[in-house]
Design a protein around this ligand. Structure first.
Ligand code: PHE
Length: 443
């Protein structure tokens, strides 16, 4: 049976050594401890101690963090705009655990088994059944199941990605669901229906709901879909105006999400380019019907707090959100959350760029080498002074047929100047870790 040899830190240390090798044989079972709970690790485990250290920071709840100010403004918008008999219509959940099951994050949301968002290279898995949520939508079905129909879910989400000034493996989202029954949606049009007449809501299987029609789900009437669409768009443009002012330029882009249909993305025009700020759509009826008999139609959306905060306050680097430096935080210590703030860089410290190039072992090619694994390794060793990692060159030697890769690693400390000597030391440590984990030869 299961043999638990190592726990907590020791277990993590062991994983760190073996994790990056693709196809590494699963070792003796170990566990990883997250918030007093031990999770058994397996060949899916790819959370790193560095990533786990972000759990519980809850930047979206820290007074004086820009993400928290944007959160409050969004919540206030929904409180102000939607009330029923003097009470807010939306309930707010901003303290749900980021440790979720694959069922919550994917299955319940109809995300197919072969969908790329499930890949190990894109998510932080604790083991094959458990991961750090990749989106706040992971909580949608559990909250619907508990009987809620209008709610906001706010928290930290975890995705493996490239490294640059706008990407960080942890970011924050606000997700929402708004549901309505016929009496609410069509309160002044009692002869209109949410569902097509042949759809029997008491038996969802009697009518296989389809999303073939780009305009609507087959179970819904066009009138209900269109009315929900116009409410959804109106509410979200209203939100953008509340955050950016009346003159904000926006556009809607058709989108696809497995859990909504039809779906859209909203982009705003900011500093001469279109910036995608949220995804949304009409919730797939199967999701609601899987929970229990359903007679309502719902819309859902998910937006990224970092994107909004960076644009609203002109914050140039996503890592600043994590800064504990008073020069940064003091600029956001405000009484009025609607105050206009423009971030003033305390000072900009210079960056240092060092390249790393290596020959791959015969088992790997320039195309099978997983970039995201490499980025995590670099960040694990280098920490938050890693500003960017860029693939610079792929090379196959014409004679020896050996494969080689070259990456540029950009180092910058947000609060002081780094010396070349200390960067070289860390760069050397990264080289050593890369040699150890991938069996490469540094060029
Ligand atoms: N979960 C989606 C994402 O993270 C956003 C979304 C939420 C889209 C709800 C539609 C509905 O990209």
């Amino acid at each position: 049976m299961t043999k638990l040899l190592f726990r907590t830190n020791r277990a993590i240390a062991i994983q760190v050594l073996s994790r990056y090798k693709s196809n590494a044989a699963p070792q003796t079972l170990t566990t990883v401890r997250i918030k007093d709970k031990d999770h058994i690790t397996d060949e899916y485990t790819n959370v790193t101690p560095k990533i786990l250290s972000y759990l519980g920071r809850n930047l979206h709840l820290q007074k004086g963090n820009p993400l928290s100010i944007v959160r409050q403004r969004i919540v206030e918008y929904f409180y102000r705009r939607f009330t029923h008999r003097g009470k807010p219509t939306f309930s707010v959940y901003d303290n749900l655990s980021p440790v979720v099951s694959t069922k919550q994050n994917f299955d319940d949301l109809l995300i197919p088994n072969d969908h790329p968002s499930r890949l190990k290279s894109d998510c932080y898995y604790i083991n094959k059944d458990t991961l750090l949520r990749a989106h706040m939508t992971a909580h949608q079905t559990e909250l619907l199941r508990s009987g809620l129909d209008n709610f906001l879910m706010i928290g930290d989400v975890y995705r493996r990605d490239e490294i640059d000034s706008t990407h960080f493996p942890v970011f924050h989202q606000v997700d929402a669901v708004r549901s309505q029954r016929k009496e609410e949606l069509f309160c002044d049009k009692p002869d209109l229906e949410i569902f097509e007449p042949e759809f029997d809501s008491s038996n969802p299987n009697a009518f296989k709901n389809s999303i073939m029609d780009p305009m609507k789900q087959s179970c819904h009437t066009l009138e209900a879909t269109k009315l929900m669409e116009s409410q959804l768009k109106n509410h979200l443009i209203g939100l953008c105006k509340a955050l950016f002012g009346e003159n904000i330029k926006h556009r809607w882009v058709e989108a696809y999400f497995p859990f909504t249909h039809p779906s859209w993305e909203l982009e705003i025009y900011y500093e001469n380019k279109w910036l995608e700020v949220l995804g949304c759509g009409i919730v797939r009826n199967e999701i609601l019907a899987n929970i229990g008999p359903n007679n309502s139609i719902a819309y859902a959306f998910g937006l990224g707090l970092e994107r909004l905060a960076m644009a609203m306050y002109k914050i140039p680097d996503i890592r600043l959100m994590w800064s504990t430096d008073s020069g940064f935080l003091n600029q956001f210590q405000i009484e009025n959350i609607n105050a206009n703030i423009t971030y003033k860089p305390v000072s900009v410290y210079p960056q240092c760029t060092n390249d790393i190039s290596f020959w791959l072992p015969e088992t790997l090619t320039v195309d099978t080498f997983t970039n995201n694994d490499f980025y995590d390794l670099v960040r694990d060793v280098g920490g938050d002074i890693i500003e960017q990692v860029k693939l610079k060159d792929k090379f196959i030697h014409p004679k020896t047929k050996k494969h080689s890769l070259c990456y540029s690693i950009v180092y910058r400390h947000l609060e002081r100047t780094l010396t070349q000597a200390e960067v070289n030391k860390i760069h050397k440590q990264i080289e050593n870790a890369v040699v150890k984990n991938y069996n490469v030869v540094i060029r």
